[in-house]
Design a protein. Structure first.
Lengths: 343, 188, 428
């Protein structure tokens, strides 16, 4: 991970663990009377949302505000984007305003990558979901939730998810959440199984670092976590599956199926849930279901990512230091480098 | 990368027994100045300040025969030099159960130098609660303050030049107790 | 018109010879020809080829003059060694009437850089529903013989059958853009390992192959010839090979970019690599090269598709599809076919001049380099190697996937009926 967070695949195991560990400390801020840190004072972050996503936007916004960043929300609806302004022009407009980071949600796969690499702007780019490509902070918050539940809050510090068996069920084909999770969970040492009807798996999935199954029941019994993906009803009209009833019978998670999961296993969902489709109300409301925790954890994860990307030096501020290389921004645990000399 | 660890010309200015002795003295001073220390909360500043706080707490418990709340206060997010370095990994902030409101907080750190760490610690405390008073205990005060800050309890005053380095090693982290004074190596 | 003596050129890559042009015609080919007042061009061992013929060019005029005009497009063609280009019908208005094809044809005549042979649309407005007036376009001054809805597929099997049958009356040919529309809804790139990872809509090989399979069978059934545009998959090669072995009158083209580039490049999300049909895999590239070498694929056609900068300087999904190709085609063919030993220069002449001229019935083009033939020639410095610099393009557009890439070969001279259109790499 360098200046940007575009894909979960860009994170090394150590990067990912550092983010999770940092998020664990950030989470503790939420328990304090003043849920705010001065860390990003004077930094400007733009939430550039070309797609409606109130949950993700407010999660980022909460994270940015808790770190004292100046926040600008830019949604495409009602803006000049809807009048034909290009992503490039929008980006350059933001650049002219002197923003330090752009959190971008875009319907086109690759738009954040393009923003980060095209030379349109200098700001850090954080991908808040692009098309059917990636949603790295979602994968991070999912991994954070798993580590807390399966390894433990404090016991998890410094740990990855080695040997944990994670099952992801549903519309993998159209899911950036699935792609990000497969990448990140693999990096963290987990064993991932994707379960979906063959129509909802991409051609080429066989090269992904995971197992693929068409049958839910046989994988449930050996899963530490089962992540249900949202299945949009419209997919039915494009013949991805015959009927809602058949889908939920074959791939939905109900109470009976949940009962077959190991006792410690959790049920996850990135939200918003389609109750009665991929998940029954009984499962969604059970205490094994981590949906609400995932939302809370999302703020901590996004705080961690923002801090680790933006909290450090700008090349312009770089002045000689005996201890650190100032030329490149990078994720590196530097606590052990702290000495009396820096105080 | 800092240079102390590889330095050969660093010489010890405090050894293990010295450190134990000055901590005992500081503990007594705290009891004396805080009139029994019954509302004292010790907050160590990571990394080594935390170990010193824990050792002080143990000594205070011996003296007062009461449990003394001890915790840690990470000041990373409050530092004024964040943008001069790559982002740092965060350390734990652990406030003892009863909090700090209305209590006497004694901040504990290994070396007092520019005072900027303590400034950051005061800011951090401000977001956590409202102590009755805040005091500062350090193992070594090496001078060269850049802010109007002073320590209430000092293990050793150590006049240094800016070209010197002070490194505190503690058994919990480094395998042994010692304070080293060395010469800064000009790198790059 | 004056005389020109091209001295010491390797004609079709063979022995060094001299070629004398008098007026519009080659008058002598042989060793040690006398200059005798002719202007001498020292070829010095460069390769002399018949002027190249492109069966698949988008000149964009009328309608999208911001990306290309007939004039800039034919200048680009001359720069690339072409003396004849077939202009695709997907202009605004669509070239589906005698009026529009005549307009394009006249603009070509006026440009003077390259003959322009308009291609007529198969269906009205490229909409795939109603046959355009194919006969009227053929009888117009433009004399259209190639018909294509390129950019769109003639997907209705009945319309395709009728078109194949109808053009038999005047020896025409339908050039099919093979893309099953339902299988490519929302398609953004080749469907496979890379599309799965990048989350871009998949464009399956079968969407191309199923149409080719259908159309060769239709062509067989009605006894027509059919031409397949920009074949891009190994499976398509197999179908065409099978069809030819059965005696079906099918011809096929491949673009330079499908001979060189793969879908791995899409990982950059740089829309300069966005093209229809999409870049495929390494395996497809190798199959296409082999098929071009063994004649299964008959010709190289550029599918030169100019687009203005803003249509490529954006996110992938919003970008236009296509690449410019006229000015880099020969270099890419040298890189992928000649320098790899798959094809000699005579083979290049066949795939890029003789055969495309024959498929398109281009009078006076694709002729041997011998006495009495029209002096449509191009001279290639095959020893040259250097980076592609789009700033030097004659095309109005710069959407090349080769910017900065080192490629071999440089066209130094082009003659259109004895008139130099390119001299020492500079347009006249």
């Amino acid at each position: 991970m360098q200046r940007h967070l575009i894909s979960a695949a860009d994170l090394t195991r150590d990067d990912a663990v550092l983010i999770l560990d940092t998020a664990e400390e950030m989470a503790r801020v939420a328990d304090r009377p003043i849920k705010k840190l001065p860390t990003l004072r004077g930094r400007t972050v733009v939430n550039l949302f070309f797609e409606d996503s109130t949950r993700t936007r407010i999660s980022f916004e909460a994270a940015e505000k808790r770190l004292s960043a100046d926040v600008i929300n830019f949604t495409a609806k009602g803006s000049s984007v809807s009048k034909g302004e290009s992503l490039k022009d929008t980006a350059q407009t933001l650049e002219a305003m002197g923003v330090d980071a752009v959190v971008i949600r875009h319907g086109a796969s690759g738009a954040p990558y393009r923003l980060a690499t095209s030379g349109w702007i200098d700001a850090h780019v954080i991908n808040a979901g692009d098309g059917t490509h990636q949603h790295p902070t979602q994968a991070l918050l999912d991994a954070f939730t798993m580590r807390r539940r399966l390894v433990g809050r404090d016991a998890g510090l410094g740990q990855d998810l080695s040997g944990r068996r994670i099952t992801i069920v549903g519309d993998v084909l159209h899911s950036r959440v699935a792609r990000s999770n497969v990448d990140l969970l693999h990096t963290l040492g987990a064993e991932v199984t994707l379960v979906a009807p063959p129509t909802l798996l991409p051609v080429g999935v066989d090269t992904w670092p995971c197992e693929v199954s068409y049958a839910l029941d046989s994988t449930l019994t050996k899963s530490d976590a089962v992540m249900m993906l949202r299945v949009q009803r419209e997919r039915m009209n494009a013949a991805f599956f015959p009927t809602e009833r058949e889908y939920s019978r074959r791939y939905g998670l109900d109470g009976d199926r949940m009962a077959r999961m190991p006792e410690h296993a959790i049920v996850m969902h990135p939200g918003p849930m389609v109750r009665g489709m991929e998940i029954t109300a009984e499962v969604a409301d059970s205490d094994r279901c981590t949906v609400i925790e995932q939302v809370a954890n999302g703020v901590s994860i996004r705080m961690a990512v923002l801090y680790l990307l933006l909290g450090g030096n700008e090349p312009a501020l770089a002045h000689p230091s005996p201890t650190t290389a100032l030329t490149t921004r990078r994720f590196a645990p530097t606590a052990e480098l702290r000495t009396t000399e820096e105080k | 990368m800092d240079t102390q660890n590889t330095q050969s010309d660093a010489r010890p200015v405090l050894e293990g027994p010295d450190i134990a002795r000055v901590l005992t003295r500081i503990a007594h001073e705290i009891v004396e100045r805080a009139k029994g220390a019954d509302d004292v909360v010790l907050l160590g500043i990571p990394t080594r300040g935390v170990f010193l706080a824990q050792r002080l707490a143990a000594k205070l418990e011996q003296i007062t025969e009461r449990k003394v709340p001890v915790g840690s206060l990470d000041i990373t997010m409050y530092r004024d030099d964040l943008r001069m370095h790559p982002p740092r990994a965060l350390a734990r902030t652990e406030i003892p159960g009863d909090g700090i409101d209305g209590r006497l907080v004694v901040l504990v750190d290994d070396v007092l130098f520019s005072g900027r760490t303590i400034r950051a610690a005061l800011d951090a405390l401000n977001d956590i609660g409202r102590p009755r008073a805040v005091q500062l205990a350090v193992l070594v005060d090496r001078g060269h303050r850049e802010l109007p800050i002073r320590a209430d309890y000092v293990g050793k005053n150590l006049p240094t030049s800016l070209r010197e380095t002070v490194k505190v090693l503690l058994a919990e982290e480094d395998g042994r107790d010692t304070v080293l004074l060395g010469a800064k190596r000009t790198s790059q | 018109m004056s005389k020109i003596l091209i001295r010491g050129a390797k004609v079709l890559g063979g022995e060094q010879q001299d070629v004398l042009i008098d007026g519009e015609t080659i008058t002598q080919v042989g060793a040690g020809l006398s200059a005798d007042g002719a202007e001498v061009v020292e070829a010095d061992g460069k390769i002399l080829l018949p002027g190249l013929v492109d069966l698949h060019t988008h000149l964009r005029e009328p309608g999208r003059e911001d990306s290309e005009t007939v004039l800039t497009g034919t200048r680009a063609a001359a720069s690339g060694g072409y003396t004849s280009v077939f202009a695709m019908a997907n202009t605004f208005p669509v070239a589906d009437t005698a009026g529009v094809v005549e307009q394009v044809w006249r603009l070509g005549q006026e440009s003077g850089y390259c003959d322009v042979q308009p291609i007529g649309a198969v269906t009205v407005g490229l909409e795939g529903q109603k046959l355009a007036e194919l006969g009227a376009m053929h009888e117009s001054a433009a004399g259209v013989t190639v018909f294509s809805d390129d950019g769109k597929c003639v997907h209705d099997a009945v319309i395709m059958r009728r078109a194949l049958e109808y053009v038999k009356a005047f020896d025409g040919v339908v050039a099919q853009h093979a893309q099953e529309p339902r299988l490519t809804e929302g398609a953004q790139m080749n469907e496979g390992v890379v599309s799965a990872e990048l989350g871009l809509g998949g464009w399956p090989a079968v969407a191309e192959e199923s149409i080719i399979a259908r159309d060769v069978l239709l062509a067989e059934h009605v006894g027509s010839r059919v031409h397949i545009c920009h074949l891009s998959t190994a499976g398509s090669v197999e179908i065409v090979r099978w069809a030819k072995s059965r005696g079906i009158r099918v011809t096929a083209e491949v673009t330079p970019h499908h001979l060189l580039l793969t879908d791995e490049l899409v990982r950059s999300y740089d829309p300069v690599y966005k093209v229809n049909p999409p870049l495929r895999t390494e395996r497809d590239v190798m199959a296409l090269r082999e098929a071009l070498a063994d004649g299964t694929i008959d010709i190289v056609a550029t599918d030169h598709a100019p687009h203005p900068h803003e249509d490529k300087d954006c996110e992938w999904a919003a970008a236009a599809m296509g690449m410019v190709g006229l000015e880099t085609a020969l270099s890419v063919v040298q890189e992928t076919m000649v320098d790899t030993g798959l094809l000699d220069w005579a083979g290049v002449a066949d795939r890029m001049s003789f055969t495309p001229a024959r498929i398109g019935r281009a009078e006076g083009h694709g002729r041997p380099v011998s006495a009495g033939e029209p002096a449509n020639l191009t001279l290639v410095d095959s020893a040259y190697r250097g980076p592609v610099d789009p700033a030097g393009f004659a095309s109005r557009s710069r959407n090349t996937p080769y910017e900065g890439r080192e490629l071999p070969g440089r066209v130094t001279h082009t003659w259109l009926r004895g008139k130099a259109t390119l001299v020492d790499g500079k347009l006249t």
